[in-house]
Write a protein that binds this ligand. Structure first.
Ligand SMILES: NC(=O)c1ccc[n+]([C@@H]2O[C@H](COP(=O)([O-])OP(=O)(O)OC[C@H]3O[C@@H](n4cnc5c(N)ncnc54)[C@H](OP(=O)(O)O)[C@@H]3O)[C@@H](O)[C@H]2O)c1
Length: 280
């Protein structure tokens, strides 16, 4: 798997496995447990050793399924990221949340913990103090944030005694707010990885005619084009989600896909269709 470097020089795979909706959405879905555990294991065997999850996913059930699946692999071969939900961002809440994730994931440490969304209720310095203590205790290796705008990202970096490793944000061919707002530029200048979530706009990008046409010209798939466009950018890594082995396999093809200047010109100018618009 192709890698990029964290600020320490340690390598992280550029394609991670997203897990939102594996084991449920806001609440647990137990109906496909066996198959989901198998899919996670097959994904890891295919090379998805970087895994993104959150305490909120499936009300904790996603982490439990991962915990079950990961027992069959060497923990040191995996890079696990989880996130603390915004209602748990007070000092004790953060400590309890990460303990809960460790239990569900059946591990002594997580590689990275992110603040999932900024909180309007709890001071950022308090959340970061607790997270930094977890780093000192060896329970967390790297810290990051998610859905932070430029101002909050700068604040978070100021409050955190360890450097932030990533800002995980919504970024794809259709959705580029973080470019306009200077978040990507800040990350690139400060050795912070930008982890692009929802890289396929939940699958809608694959139906775009221009993306399809570029894919055809490379004998590639539209999803590969969308992912390749992201990971060719400095400091950008991404975490597509799929619970389909064929798609997981196909998405790895983004790694070798070289987009030429004509492709890039078209993709950079791509317009987001009305039906794909998100509120900004
Ligand atoms: N930090 C945050 O606030 C935040 C927010 C949203 C997401 N995330 C993270 O980012 C991950 C990815 O985002 P996402 O799940 O929202 O959306 P996404 O990765 O853009 O899209 C996932 C959808 O695309 C489909 N798909 C994947 N590969 C495909 C392919 N090759 N061909 C056709 N369809 C394909 C999947 O269906 P199949 O299962 O059928 O392949 C799934 O329905 C999440 O799972 C989560 O880990 C974080």
């Amino acid at each position: 798997m192709e890698v990029k470097k964290l600020f320490t020089g340690e390598e992280i795979p550029v394609l991670g496995l997203g897990t939102w909706r594996i084991g449920g959405g806001m609440a647990a879905d137990y109906s496909k447990d066996k198959i989901m555990v198998e899919i996670i294991q097959q994904a890891i065997r295919l090379g998805y050793t970087h895994i993104d999850t959150a305490e909120m996913y499936g009300g904790g059930h996603t982490e439990k399924l991962l915990g079950r699946a990961l027992q069959h692999f060497n923990r040191q071969d995996l890079f696990l990221t989880t996130k603390v939900w915004h209602s748990n961002l007070h000092y004790q809440g953060v400590l309890n949340a990460v303990e809960g994730s460790l239990k569900r994931l059946h591990t002594d440490y997580v590689d990275m913990v992110l603040i999932h969304w900024p909180s309007t209720s709890f001071p950022l310095d308090e959340s970061l103090q607790a997270l930094n203590e977890l780093v000192d205790l060896g329970k967390v290796r790297y810290l990051g944030v998610s859905n932070f705008d430029l101002e909050l990202l700068e604040q978070a970096q100021k409050y955190s005694s360890t450097q932030l490793a990533t800002n995980q944000v919504h970024y794809n061919l259709y959705y580029r707010k973080i470019v306009r707002d200077g978040v990507l530029d800040f990350c690139q200048k400060n050795k912070i990885l930008l982890t692009a979530y929802t890289p396929l706009e939940r699958g809608t990008i694959i139906n775009n005619p221009q993306v399809k046409q570029i894919a055809t010209s490379h004998s590639a798939t539209p999803a590969q084009v969308a992912l390749a466009w992201l990971i060719r950018q400095p400091n950008v890594i991404t975490i597509p989600m799929s619970a389909n082995i064929t798609h997981l396999q196909q998405n790895l093809g983004a790694l070798g896909l070289e987009l030429n200047s004509d492709d890039l010109q078209q993709l950079d100018g791509l317009e987001m269709p009305e039906e794909a618009l998100w509120p900004e």
